[in-house]
Design a protein around this ligand. Structure first.
Ligand code: PMP
Length: 314
């Protein structure tokens, strides 16, 4: 599928044409994977396009920068503004945004300090990450033979480009074996997360998710799921999850900005529950999407309107 391109990309304070957003082949990021990035969704709502949890994404981008000792010349407010501006200028009413800070062309060695930082925010129309069918009926997942990195190898609270080499191996293995997504174990053999999603399971009415243990990204959608579940009065537990819990759970689902709330209907070909989407998954999914799409009230202030003048009948 060709990249669904738009006209403009924000670069360090200015909007530039899509084709001009180029870097040198010898940029530090190309040699060594030195980028930190975010994925943000924009939803079509009755009041116009709305960014979902953009402040939290921008905060995480700046946190990732700190971990990698990057100091871009933009504060959170400027980055939120950049996200709004790029969506507005492109006339995008629904899609995905990719803010990224990277080390450009500087010195040839590994030490990053001599390679100048560049920050971009791009956006494009993007449908459901794992497909419409997966969101409605569930995806088939496998447990990956690749593990997540140990906490003292890569700082996995940061969302850095280089970390995704491991996710690419997991994804490629899953697809080659006929699955649509992989679930990774941590270095101690417990359940960690998907390649770009956090993981939840439901056992006897309790919503369970692996606790943040340095093996996974603390997802913003994960936080939404926990918030919404608690609000519904669903008992919630963040704890260590052994692999076999995936085979005995009543429900399993993934959470992520791109994947939204995607039910898992089988793990390693073992059906989850009776193989259909479970009630707690559905409850959380409908509330999440309802808030994102502006059909439900936004009690936690998760939506940021891009431009009320862009409201269209939905
Ligand atoms: N884990 C990884 C490795 C991810 O790439 C993502 C996507 N950003 C997530 C979890 C989910 O995070 P979020 O809900 O913030 O999109």
């Amino acid at each position: 599928m060709p990249f669904p391109q738009t006209a403009w990309i924000w670069k360090d304070g200015a909007l530039i044409p899509w084709d001009d957003a180029r870097i040198h082949v010898l940029s530090h990021v190309v040699q060594y994977g030195s980028s930190v990035f975010e994925g943000v969704r924009c939803y079509r709502t009755p009041e116009g396009p709305s960014l979902f949890r953009v402040q939290a994404h921008v905060q995480r981008l700046l946190a990732s920068c700190r971990v990698y000792r990057m100091t871009p010349p933009h504060d959170a407010q400027a980055l939120v503004r950049a996200c709004i501006d790029v969506v507005r200028r492109n006339g995008l009413d629904e899609g995905y945004l990719r803010p990224v800070t990277l080390r450009g062309l500087g010195a040839p060695g590994i030490h990053g300090e001599d390679s100048p930082l560049e920050t971009y925010v791009a956006c494009w129309p993007w449908g459901r990450y794992l497909g419409d069918d997966a969101v409605e009926r569930g995806a088939d997942a496998c447990v990956s033979s690749w593990r997540r990195a140990a906490p003292d190898t890569f700082p996995l609270l940061a969302k850095a480009g280089g970390h995704y080499l491991s996710a690419q191996l997991m994804k490629a293995e899953a697809i080659a074996n006929g699955y649509s997504e992989a679930i990774a174990l941590s270095v101690d053999g417990l359940v960690s997360e998907g390649t770009a999603e956090n993981l939840f399971l439901v056992q006897d009415g309790t919503l369970i998710t692996p606790s943040i243990d340095g093996s996974m990204l603390p997802g913003i959608t994960r936080d939404c799921v926990l918030t919404v579940a608690r609000d519904f009065g669903v008992p919630v537990a963040e704890k260590r999850v052994p692999r076999e819990a995936l085979y005995t759970a009543d429900e399993v689902f993934l959470s992520g900005t791109a994947a939204e709330i995607t039910p898992i209907r089988s793990v390693d070909r073992v059906p989850v529950g009776d193989g259909s989407v479970g009630p707690i998954t559905r409850l959380v999914q409908q509330r999440y999407l309802g808030i994102a799409r502006g059909t439900l009230e936004d009690p936690w202030g998760w939506r940021t309107l891009v431009d009320p003048a862009m409201a269209v009948a939905v």
